[in-house]
Design a protein around this ligand. Structure first.
Ligand code: J2J
Length: 519
C-alpha cells in the first residue's frame, strides 16, 4: 500500500512530526531501509517484535518496515510498564523490543533493560528511538536493501497473513493478543475512509496513542495514508498541544476519547482558542460512551461535525454517518462499517432478544477475528461455536440499525477509553501481604465516565494499609498508571449473590451509598 502511494505521489507530505516532514517517497524509503536493517539483525518473516513507541514518525517507519518483511509488531502502549511488557514479550515469543529513550519524563531504556533481563535470551534486541543508552540505536538499524545477501528485500507477506498483534482491552488476568491480517485490516480502513470522507485532501491528527486501534485504523493514520492524505503526529492530546497543530497544519479530522472531547469543548469556549480549530471538519469520539449532553456541545462549540465511533481491536467498528439525522448522531454509537458485519443481540442463554431490547452483542464479519493468539481456552469462552465474537458489550438496536451501547457484561473498567481488566489488578492486590481478598469495580466519574475502585478485605490482625501505600504497591509491581485504583476502600466482607459469589453489582451500589454519606 505504501509502495503504491509512494509511486503515485512521491513528493506529497505523508507525515508531520514536529518540525520534521516526510514525503511519501521518504517514508517508503525509510520503511524499506528499516526492513532491510531488521532482516540483517536476524528478524525474519513471522517473528514478533514488541513496539512501544510514542506518536512519532519513527512509529510509522518501524511498523511499515516490519509489515514489509512480514514480521509482526505487537502494539504496546507508552503507558505500559514492566508487567505488561514482559507478558507481551513472553506470550508473543518476541525477538525484539523497540522503545523510545524517554517519554513524558519516564526512562524507557531502564524499563526495557529490566524487561530484557527478566525475559531472557529469546529477546535478542532492544532498539531505542533516540539516545540508546546501553542498547542499540534504532537509527543504526536501517540498511540499503541492495546490501542484503540477496541484493533486495524478499517478497512481502501475502494479504491473508497476520500483520500484527493488537491488544485486547481484556477482562481476564493477562491481556490477550489479537492477530489481524493485512487484508482484513485494510478492508476496515477502506470502509472507514468511505464513511468518514477521507481523501487525499484530509489531514489526520494522531492525538491518541498511535498504536491503539482507534487512531491507527478508524480511519486513523492508516486511513489518511491509504487515501494519500497527511498524518500529523501529536505528542500529547491536551488542547495546548493539539490546537496549535490543528491550526498550523490545517488538520481536517481527528479522533478522541470522551474525556478529551470534554476538555476540548471546555478549552474552546474561549473564542481565541476556538479560532484555532477553524480547519477541523470532523471529530470522531469513541472508546467509551459519549454522554448525549456532551455530544450536543461538539458542533456548536468546536464548529465541526461529530462522528460517534464504537469499535474494538478485535474487529467490528460502528460509525454514525454524515447523512444520519442529528438525533441519531447524538444518541447512538453508529452502525457497522460493512453490510457483511453480522450482529446478534442475545440474552444470557444466547437467544435473540426482541427487536429494540438490550442484550449481549455478538458479531462475526469480514474483519473480526475468529480467535485470540494462542489462547484456546479463552477462545472457547469468547466465541460461539459458529464463530461469533462475544464482545461483552450490552447494546440495543434502533430500527435504523444503529446501536446504542447500554452497558457492559465483561469484568472491565472503561476509564475514559482506557480499559482495565479487573482481574489483572485484583491479582496484583492479592499479592499484598495485608490483603486477604480484593475486588476492583467501576464507579461513576463526571469526567472519565468511570474510574476504578478497589475493595479490600484484610487478613486477620493485619495493619490496615493507607490507600496511598496500596496504590504505590500496584505501581511498584509494574502496572501501567491508568490501572492503579483511583479509590481504595477497606471493608469487612464483600456482598454475595444468591449462590455465594461476590456481587460486583452490589459493591458498586455500596460505593454510591458511601459517596452519598460524604466518604
Ligand atoms: C461505548 N463503549 C465503547 C463507544 C468502544 C474505534 C473506536 C474505539 C475503539 C476501542 C476501537 C465505545 N461507546 N463509542 O478499537 O477502532 C468500548 C466497548 C468495546 C471496547 C473496545 C476503534 N467505543 N467502546 O475502544 O479494543 O466496550 O477499542 O468493546 O480499546 O471499548 O475497546 P478497544
Amino acid at each position: 500500500m505504501l509502495g503504491d502511494r509512494a509511486a503515485a505521489h512521491p513528493d506529497r507530505v505523508a507525515v508531520v512530526d514536529g518540525e520534521h516532514r516526510l514525503t511519501y517517497a521518504q517514508l517508503h524509503r525509510n520503511a524499506e531501509r528499516m526492513a532491510a536493517g531488521l532482516l540483517a539483525l536476524g528478524v525474519t518473516p513471522g517473528d514478533r517484535v514488541v513496539v512501544q513507541l510514542p506518536n512519532r514518525a519513527g512509529f510509522l517507519e518501524v511498523i511499515f518496515g516490519l509489515f514489509r518483511i512480514g514480521a509482526l509488531p505487537v502494539f504496546a502502549l507508552p503507558a505500559h510498564r514492566e508487567t505488561e511488557l514482559r507478558h507481551f514479550c513472553v506470550h508473543s515469543d518476541a525477538v525484539a523490543l523497540i522503545v523510545p529513550d524517554r517519554h513524558e519524563g519516564f526512562d524507557h531504556r531502564d524499563l526495557a533493560g529490566r524487561v530484557a533481563a527478566a525475559v531472557g535470551p529469546g529477546l535478542r534486541h532492544v532498539l531505542v528511538l533516540g539516545d540508546p543508552g546501553p542498547h542499540t540505536a534504532l537509527a543504526d538499524v536501517p540498511r540499503d536493501p541492495a546490501d542484503l545477501p540477496a541484493g533486495r528485500l524478499p517478497d512481502g507477506p501475502r494479504p491473508g497473513d497476520p500483520a500484527f498483534l493488537q491488544l485486547s482491552g481484556g477482562s481476564t488476568g493477562v491481556p490477550k493478543l489479537i492477530p489481524r491480517t493485512h487484508d482484513d485490516y485494510l478492508y476496515s480502513v477502506r470502509g472507514s475512509n468511505e464513511i468518514c470522507g477521507v481523501t487525499d485532501e484530509s489531514v489526520y491528527l494522531c492525538a491518541l496513542p498511535a498504536a491503539h486501534n482507534f487512531p491507527l485504523s478508524s480511519p486513523g493514520t492508516l486511513g489518511a495514508l491509504y487515501a494519500g492524505g497527511r498524518v500529523v503526529m501529536c505528542p500529547a492530546p491536551n488542547p495546548d498541544t493539539a490546537f496549535p497543530l490543528i491550526e498550523r497544519e490545517g488538520v481536517t479530522i481527528t479522533g478522541v476519547v470522551p474525556p478529551l472531547a470534554l476538555a476540548w469543548t471546555e478549552a474552546a469556549r474561549d473564542p481565541v482558542t476556538r479560532a484555532r480549530l477553524a480547519p477541523l471538519r470532523t471529530l470522531l469520539v469513541g472508546g467509551a460512551k459519549f454522554p448525549e449532553e456532551a455530544a450536543r456541545r461538539v458542533a456548536p462549540v468546536l464548529g465541526c461535525d461529530l462522528t460517534q465511533v464504537f469499535g474494538m481491536a478485535e474487529g467490528l467498528v460502528n460509525y454514525t454517518r454524515p447523512g444520519d439525522p442529528q438525533e441519531i448522531v447524538l444518541t447512538s454509537q453508529g452502525r457497522p462499517i460493512s453490510p457483511d458485519d453480522e450482529i446478534r443481540i442475545v440474552d444470557d442463554a444466547d437467544r435473540e432478544v426482541p427487536p429494540g431490547a438490550t442484550g449481549h452483542l455478538l458479531t462475526r464479519g469480514p474483519y473480526t477475528i475468529r480467535g485470540y493468539w494462542r489462547a484456546p481456552e479463552h477462545n472457547a469462552r469468547s466465541f460461539t461455536a459458529d464463530g461469533f465474537y462475544r464482545t461483552g458489550d450490552l447494546v440495543r438496536r434502533l430500527p435504523t440499525g444503529h446501536l446504542v451501547v447500554e452497558g457492559r457484561a465483561k469484568d472491565q473498567i472503561n476509564r475514559g477509553g482506557e480499559k482495565i481488566a479487573a482481574a489483572e489488578v485484583e491479582n496484583v492486590l492479592l499479592a499484598h501481604p495485608a490483603v486477604h481478598d480484593a475486588q476492583v469495580v467501576a464507579v461513576p466519574d463526571d469526567y472519565l465516565g468511570e474510574r476504578s475502585c478497589a475493595y479490600l478485605v484484610l487478613r486477620p490482625a493485619a495493619e490496615p494499609p493507607k490507600p496511598a501505600a496500596v496504590r504505590r504497591f500496584v505501581r511498584e509491581r509494574g502496572l501501567a498508571a491508568y490501572k492503579i485504583p483511583d479509590v481504595v476502600r477497606i471493608v469487612e466482607s464483600f456482598p454475595e449473590t444468591g449462590v455465594g459469589k461476590v456481587s460486583k453489582k452490589d459493591l458498586r451500589v455500596r460505593d454510591e451509598a458511601d459517596d452519598e454519606a460524604g466518604d
